[in-house]
Design a protein around this ligand. Sequence first.
Ligand code: AMP
Length: 285
Amino acid sequence: MYVFKTVVGLTQHLAHRRALGETIGFAPTMGALHSGHLTLLQHAKVENSCSVCSIFVNPTQFNVASDLEKYPRLPEKDIELLLRQKTDILFLPSVEEVYPPDLPALPAIELGQLTTVMEGAYRPGHFDGVLQVMHRLLTLVRPDRLYMGQKDFQQFTIVQKMLEQLPLPTVLIPVETVREADGLAMSSRNMRLTPEQRTQASFIYKTLQWAKQQVGQQTPAAIEAQAKQQLESNGFQVDYFTLADAQTLQPIELFDSVEVVVACTAAWLGDVRLIDNLVVKGELR
Ligand code: AMP
């Protein structure tokens, strides 16, 4: 595996590979890698001639300083996992490499109402940071295929919208959420849960599945209210539990008029914030 810490090293190497006709599959991450990340990289490896992982804990997408400080960083273990995975390239840049002082401003990108709801409403500025880092990384890597997890549903929807407006050859491939045996979506943040919280955490997926069963039986508003209440009586502090149109991400009032509906939630256990989602009506295309 090639490990690059500088933009120059990475871009020169990729230019060489591209000139040889190689295709590039890219999975950007913030490290503390788990099987969810490794599944993205597995796709990148199988579907392209060159797989690229980036590990960069992007400071501009954290709206709370303590969350950035507490974010797990395990570079040695990550490198070991990537070697085992036979990932071709790891990009492991510093903040200064990603954000040099002369970096041009982000071009104007039209996102409509995609960023105002759910994570956008609860984490002000978060998606500005996500778009900034994704634009930078995509411009450097210029992948043929970009692999992102469905776990961050709003994130990949917004990045898809950005890609449609950029002169890049990249196709975004959303990858299904990888879960623990009890249904908890894998996340680097899970390692911060106490054993008791870890047991409680599986209730998020159970609630999402319950919501799916209720489609057609109750209104979206009634399902949302009960789901929230169920989570709260199981020890969570809920930011939101929303039934949203999977295309526009706007909350729905009725199921009938919407082809694909996704239940999205964010909830706290102590000081750990967990997010998850499940398509409850229709199928993602
Ligand atoms: P992160 O390191 O949390 O920024 O995640 C990097 C990428 O991995 C994003 O595209 C995430 O959506 C994806 N990802 C994180 N957790 C999972 C999971 N459990 N299953 C599938 N993809 C995931």
